[in-house]
Design a protein around this ligand. Structure first.
Ligand SMILES: [Fe+2]
Length: 110
């Protein structure tokens, strides 16, 4: 497996971990996570871009990481002091997204 494929696979596992954290919190709050793929795509903050080359794929992923960082920051600001537990859970995520973005930016440069 190439270095980029290994990176992507690792990010997928970490993104899944973020989804699991948030879904678990929704359940703790008495909600039911909506995991319908169709509705997830509609509500997505980023756009799904296939990319014709490896550089295009990495660039699209880099953009998606930056959008997700902005979205998590907006969520944290929106939660404010209303729900410290949820806020602490969401605050753990952007650091990992920033590491993804930094690594992807490095791959694009190389
Ligand atoms: Fe990420």
């Amino acid at each position: 497996m190439t270095l980029v494929a290994e990176e992507f696979l690792q990010y997928v596992a970490e993104e899944q971990g973020h989804a699991d954290l948030l879904a678990e919190r929704i359940v703790q709050l008495g909600g039911k996570p909506d995991l319908s793929t169709e509705r997830l795509l509609i509500r997505s903050h980023g756009e799904h871009v296939e990319g014709d080359s490896l550089v295009e794929m990495i660039t699209a992923d880099l953009l998606a990481e930056r959008i997700s960082i902005d979205s998590y920051r907006a969520m944290i600001a929106s939660i404010g002091d209303d729900d410290p537990t949820t806020r602490q859970i969401v605050e753990r995520i952007p650091a990992q997204e920033e590491a993804h973005a930094e690594n992807l930016a490095g791959l694009v440069r190389d």
